[in-house]
Design a protein. Structure first.
Length: 484
């Protein structure tokens, strides 16, 4: 028999108010996340995460209601930093931070309203909500490299003649590129989600759970290596009649479906024969609620204050800055020349863009690309701004370099890329913000956020140098930056 108390209504109202305030405060984070879920195939599964978590909570309703409901302020250790991260993410246009804070806040708010014991009874559904965060695409370059490495190792055993140039694998019959779509990142993430759900529903032993989750991590990586090998091998045996063009994508979908079935089949080997019946706890279906007035008041108050702060930050970010700041200083005309380097970066809607050749050592062997981003409908430090087109170039190597520019020590990276025709280029990039030079995006983004929180402009230039000669690249970058 269920014992109802007056404070049950208080709990329901408190939880409803907190979730409503979460929706209002995190609206920008939620909407941008949904845009990514819809627009990127990698994250289509995110639409099912929150509904799935609610369903899992429903399955555990008897265990949940049998626990004492006692609101607590301990989750403030998570809520307060998450709110701070959310505001920083909005100020710096860092969607990753915004989305992480958004979907960490939701389970933390639920935890605060129902207490430790009740939250522990639905621990997995609360943690499962974190799969709503559209993160993991950053693993694409790493997975491309791992896939290419694994595929050629298997080719070595089969005796298929090949030549590897970065992410390009060439056989006598043709050339293959382990492109971003071939990295398997979408399947990798989906496998982890499916493996986690299967583990929760069917396995109770901790050691078995850990083992199966590790399998769900490793299996898609190994399977993707075999898939790429299979595509190359079939093309070799059929003289490119099969496994080329759209064929390999079709094979890929069937292959991945088969691998998912294998994953579930492996799960059956780990599955516990008898799982605890949820109905066993129905006899103790009792709600014991402590009023927890301090929690009921504190969290809504915190959301309201943070929302006001967020509006102030958003207001400062829309400030129009002087047009004379939207410019790139001209490079010394004596250094300009017509370069024959056929390369250009992929940039997202810069306000100003120019590309010029630089004469270093009497050879026009350096190409400089300069782009200005005002922050209005564009972003200086963004994953959408890429040093090269991945459809035309593949990454070979990354090295660190140190330079002194205007008495400032700059640490940056030099990227070596290659084309299908084996043309190799070195690339180096820096960010120029408010007269300061930054060799990497993290430091540049932190400085931008600091400027934004102060109500100042965070516009700046993205400068990229390209050359076939590494030494000339470094010299050209110094020449350009010292003229700024």
């Amino acid at each position: 028999m269920q014992i109802l108390r007056k404070s049950e209504g208080q709990l329901t109202i408190s939880l409803f108010v907190c979730i409503l305030l979460w929706l209002i405060f995190c609206w920008q984070g939620i909407t941008t996340a949904v845009e990514i879920w819809w627009g990127n195939d990698i994250f289509n599964h995110c639409f099912f995460v929150i509904p799935g978590a609610l369903y899992f909570i429903y399955l555990k309703r008897h265990a949940l209601l049998s626990k004492p409901i006692s609101p607590t302020l301990l989750p403030l250790l998570i809520i307060v930093p998450s709110i701070l991260v959310y505001v920083i993410g909005i100020a710096g246009d860092v969607n990753l931070l915004t989305h992480m804070a958004t979907f960490v806040l939701l389970p933390a708010v639920i935890w605060a309203n129902i207490g430790h014991k009740a939250a522990y009874s639905i621990f997995f559904p609360l943690v499962f909500m974190l799969f709503s965060i559209p993160v993991g695409e950053q693993l694409t370059p790493l997975l491309q490299q791992i896939t290419a490495d694994g595929a050629v190792k298997v080719l070595d055993f089969t005796g298929v003649p090949y030549f590897r140039n970065g992410l390009y694998i060439e056989i006598p019959q043709g050339r293959f590129l382990v492109a971003e779509a071939c990295s398997g990142v979408s399947f990798f993430i989906a496998s982890i989600v499916i493996g986690s759900v299967y583990t929760y529903l069917n396995i109770t032993s901790t050691s078995k759970r850990v083992c199966f989750v590790l399998i769900s991590f490793a299996l898609p990586i190994a399977a993707n290596m075999i898939r790429v090998f299979g595509i190359v091998f079939i093309a070799y045996k059929t003289d490119m009649e099969y496994a080329a063009g759209a064929d390999h994508l079709i094979y890929g979908w069937f292959f991945f479906a088969f691998v998912i079935l294998c994953l579930i089949g492996l799960g059956e080997l780990f599955r516990d024969v008898s799982l605890k019946n949820e109905s066993d706890e129905r006899s103790s279906d009792i709600i014991l609620v402590n009023k927890g007035l301090h929690t009921i008041v504190t969290i809504p108050f915190l959301f309201i204050v943070s929302f006001v702060w967020l509006q102030i930050v958003n207001a400062s970010s829309t400030t129009e800055f002087a047009d004379n700041q939207l410019r790139i200083k001209s490079i010394d005309a004596r250094l300009l020349c017509n370069s024959n380097i056929n390369w250009e970066p992929v940039l997202d809607n810069p306000d100003i863009y120019e590309q010029v050749g630089i004469n270093i050592g009497r050879n026009c062997n350096v190409l400089i690309a300069q782009a200005w981003f005002s922050g209005n409908n564009n972003e200086l430090v963004s994953g959408l701004n890429r040093l090269f087109d991945p459809e035309k170039w593949a990454l070979l190597d990354i090295t660190q370099t140190t330079q002194t520019i205007n008495s400032q020590l700059i640490y940056s990276k030099v990227y070596q890329i290659t084309s299908p025709t084996e043309q190799k280029l070195y690339l180096q990039s820096v960010f120029l913000i408010d007269g300061r030079v930054f060799g990497d995006g993290i430091r540049a983004k932190i400085y931008q956020i600091t400027q934004k929180l102060k109500g100042k402009s965070n516009d700046g230039a993205f400068i990229i140098a390209a050359s076939e000669d590494k030494a000339s690249l470094s010299e050209a970058m110094v020449e350009v930056l010292e003229s700024q």
